[in-house]
Design a protein. Sequence first.
Length: 173
Amino acid sequence: MSWWKSCLHSISRTTAGLRMRILGLDLGSKTVGVAVSDPLLVTAQGVEIIRREHENKLRRTYARIEELCTEYEVDRIVLGYPKNMNNTEGERCTKSAEFKEALKRRTGLPVILWDERLTTVAADNAMIESGIRREDRKEYVDEIAAMLILQGYLDYLKNGHGTEEGTGTEDNI
């Protein structure tokens, strides 16, 4: 399916009242960066950073994600999967996989794990280029990383994956 036909398909699904947005998440030890796609699945926009005081206290985090899924009429979630540069999986990957399963149970939505290597570095570099002061960067890095994760997935869909021939719900890890 061509990109143009994909956009028309998206428009027709949107006007039919079906959920059309995708939520992108960057899971950190005490934060979750959140981004959402536009209804045509072309661009990712930052939404917020969900903060918590303790790494294992996730009840409010899950509740906020559920609220955002409802507010933005999300039909799937893309969750960053932090593999090591040598392609091995560490403790953060385990935590992300557990978070994925909990999100699926709580929201009833498909959750796609998406390779997030270097997204935090890219987010930091973008802020440096934009002239954001070092002490202010930490405030935004997780949200920007979520945008980069989601934009990578949207670009994947735009390139012919996840159209009528496939769902675009497979993990890319």
